[in-house]
Design a protein around this ligand. Structure first.
Ligand code: ADP
Ligand code: ZN
Length: 704
């Protein structure tokens, strides 16, 4: 009888994890009791453990069917790093290599063998000589022509159940839709499979949509804040991937382009570089990602609007498989919508494609929690707002936009419903450009009626009116804007229109985000990362195979300095402790030592900051000049202030903001850690402001 205690011990000893994720233990129990099972978990949900762990407890061999050769290698590398004997069989190997794997299988020396469905025939002769305890079919949706990744070779897998009727079969996939699910069980001839369906919610992914205004600059600013974090930027066209990669390279970012037009060798090189942390950013078409198991993709950006929600969710799903917070940003542009609409209407199945695009657009234009919209699309009903999307973090402000709406709608009438959006904006704002004069639009009524609204805002308001159905884009007629029947009610029947304030100065907004402290190159995390990178090069495996980002973060926070402390870290099992424990512990001890001798040295460094500040230099300039992070300079100022220097900190943090932080200070029981404030204030105030405000509060509260 295998108890939960044994399962947990196996999990910790071999994989280093303390707890099971949702449904893992249940799936494992089903298999161990000899049943077939179907496990549906989102990407990053932890499907692999569901068959890797039972493989260790069962006496025979576990066969894992997996569609991609690159993935097999990474999975086998990960198992080996955990001290688990595994191998893979595929057509790229030499006959000699394969024979040696066959020998190990015959001698029962490996617990798991990975094989592509196309290569199953290699194992055929072995089947009578080895004992097979479990058959796991990864990416099982590939069996279904309903799905989006149909692989013909998968359709032959049904014979496995017939050949091994009493061996449990576990099918795994991240594809939710019901038709595919049914098809999987049927085609694999599963016997009364137990289904385990996890929620598709990926709470660790933040969701954000931004207007595409100046998106290259926005992207460069964003990446500059995370100089060592891997990310993917999805673009609509091959050309854009190349152009964008070039712009990023010019800004000093290690970026590469990837699309199906490149040679195979170039593509796999780019993919390897990304997986191995040698290339930070990949600008790619949707061709990129399927073969990537990299757990530390920290962010995903959509440079263009995706065609549908399925694709979008799959693509953002590539971020944060290790469960750490990860960011996703979608840039929405009116131009993209028009282009996609054109593609969709010309392609196969136009009606369905257009409807899917419409849902995508509604998501991007949403004024309520985005995660709710996503999950409801996949048939999951949630009642709570998520708190981790841009709408939840800063809900839109509504105002009475009736007058603006009336102006816009009458302008459209004056222009005879025969002009596209940009011309309407120019017209409303009283632009004096040649087109307007050529058409003599300056003589029409409502010309210049919205001269007091900025071009950008005016444009956004009209888009909102389109989204609310008062007017529409005539895609087949040069994208001219036309009225709908709803417009009448606004113009003649006194219907009120609600608009939302346009997110003010998105660039300013992202600019202020830049105030966030950059990760310091000499932080413990970076040192651990560097060691991990070096080991990964020596062992020729991806860095995340050595330790996940999540494990390194825990080491940074808990600072384990003995074997016993190290094995308590999630992700450190016995094998990894043995192999890597000392090296990582040494880095931590070294770091602690340096930290404790530092203060003496630092007196001078504060002084230097003080002198530069008193000479009138801005904080940015001081940071540049001293080659220190902005955050470091800010912390110097806070310290100097507390030490009694007279500095005007209110130029960085207003009295009102200090008040907010003061209130939080009381509620948070006067903690001195910064993150609780950041979270409590819903990320509205950056760490620098919090740090300075706390200094002000502390000084005011000191007994004099
Ligand atoms: P999937 O195949 O479902 O996308 P993986 O099996 O690759 O997911 O697991 C994703 C990540 O989560 C991996 O880094 C894995 O090591 C980690 N993981 C899996 N199970 C656990 C667990 N019980 N506790 C902590 N981390 C886990
Ligand atoms: Zn939300």
């Amino acid at each position: 009888m295998i108890t939960s205690q044994i399962l947990h011990k196996t999990l910790k000893d071999n994989f280093g994890f303390e707890k099971f994720r949702v449904n893992q233990e249940q799936v494992i129990n089903a298999i161990l009791s000899g049943q077939d099972a179907l496990a549906i978990m989102p990407t990053g949900g932890g499907k692999s453990i569901c068959f890797q762990l039972p493989a260790l407890l069962l006496s025979g061999i576990t066969i894992v069917i997996s569609p991609l050769i690159a993935l097999m290698k990474d999975q086998v590398d990960s198992l080996k790093a955990n001290g688990i004997a595994a191998c893979f069989i595929n057509s790229t190997q030499t006959e000699i290599e394969r024979q040696s794997h066959f020998d190990s299988l015959r001698d029962n020396k490996v617990k798991l063998v990975y094989v592509a469905p196309e290569s199953l025939s290699y194992l055929e002769n072995l089947f009578s000589q080895i004992s097979i305890s479990l058959i796991a079919i990864d990416e099982a949706h590939c069996i279904s022509s309903w799905g989006h990744d149909f692989r013909p070779a998968y359709t032959n897998l049904g014979y496995l159940k017939k050949r091994f009727p009493s061996t449990p079969v576990l099918a795994l996939t991240a594809t939710a839709d019901k038709a595919t699910r049914k098809d999987i069980s049927k085609q694999l001839s599963l016997k009364k499979p137990m289904s385990f369906i996890s929620s598709f919610d990926r709470k660790n992914l933040s969701l954000e949509v931004r207007p595409a205004l100046d998106r290259v600059k926005q992207i460069i600013d964003f990446i500059s804040n995370k100089p060592s974090e891997s990310g993917i930027i999805y673009c609509l066209s091959r050309k854009t991937t190349e152009e964008l990669a070039e712009k990023l390279q010019k800004a000093g970012i290690k970026a590469k382009a990837y699309h199906a037009g490149f040679d195979n060798s170039i593509r796999s090189r780019t993919q390897d570089d990304f997986i191995n942390d040698d290339c930070q950013v990949v600008c790619a078409t949707i061709a990129f990602g399927m073969g990537i198991d990299k757990s530390n993709v920290r962010w995903v950006i959509h440079y263009n609007l995706p065609k549908n929600i399925e694709g979008y969710y799959q693509e953002i799903g590539r971020a944060g498989r290790d469960g750490l917070p990860s960011e996703t940003i979608l840039f929405e542009s009116y131009g993209d919508v028009i282009q996609l609409q054109k593609f969709a209407s010309q392609g196969l199945n136009a009606e369905v494609q257009l409807a899917k695009l419409e849902r995508m657009k509604q998501y991007a234009d949403a004024l309520s929690c985005r995660r709710k919209i996503l999950l409801s699309y996949f048939g999951e009903l949630v009642t709570e707002n998520c708190g981790n999307c841009d709408i939840c973090k800063s809900p839109p402000d509504f105002f009475d936009g009736t007058i603006i709406a009336q102006k816009v709608l009458s302008a459209i009438i004056r222009l005879k419903e025969s002009e596209p959006l940009p011309v309407i904006v120019d017209f409303l704002r009283g632009s004096k450009n040649s087109y307007i004069f050529e058409k003599e639009y300056q003589n029409l009524k409502t010309y210049g009626a919205a001269a007091d609204i900025s071009w950008y805002d005016c444009n956004q308001y009209i888009i909102q009116l389109i989204n609310q159905g008062y007017c529409e884009i005539a895609f087949h007629q040069q994208n001219n804007i036309r009225l709908t029947s709803l417009a009448r009610e606004v113009l003649f029947e006194g219907e009120k229109v609600q608009l939302t304030t346009v997110q003010k100065n998105i660039l300013e907004k992202t600019g202020s985000k830049d105030l966030k402290t950059k990760p310091a190159a000499n932080s413990l995390f970076e040192k651990l990362r560097k060691l991990r990178y070096e080991i990964s090069k020596e062992e020729n495996v991806p860095a995340y195979v050595i330790f996940s980002d999540a494990a390194l973060r825990q080491m940074e926070n808990k600072r384990p300095m003995s074997d016993a402390e190290m094995i308590a870290i999630d992700g450190v099992g016995k094998a990894k402790l043995e192999k890597y424990g000392d090296a990582f512990i040494n880095i931590i001890i070294e770091f602690q030592k340096n930290k404790t001798v530092k203060p003496k040295k630092e007196a001078g460094t504060y002084k230097e900051t003080l002198l530069l500040f008193q000479s009138g230099l801005t904080v940015d300039k001081i940071a540049l000049k001293r080659k220190l992070g902005l955050g470091t300079i800010i912390s110097h100022l806070a310290k100097l202030y507390l030490d009694g220097e007279t500095l005007d900190l209110h130029q960085f943090v207003s009295k009102q903001e200090v008040k907010l932080i003061y209130d939080a200070h009381l509620i948070l029981e006067k903690t001195t850690a910064l993150k609780p404030y950041f979270d409590y204030l819903e990320e509205k105030l950056g760490y620098d402001k919090i740090r300075l405000a706390l200094a002000i509060i502390e000084k005011e509260n000191r007994p004099t």
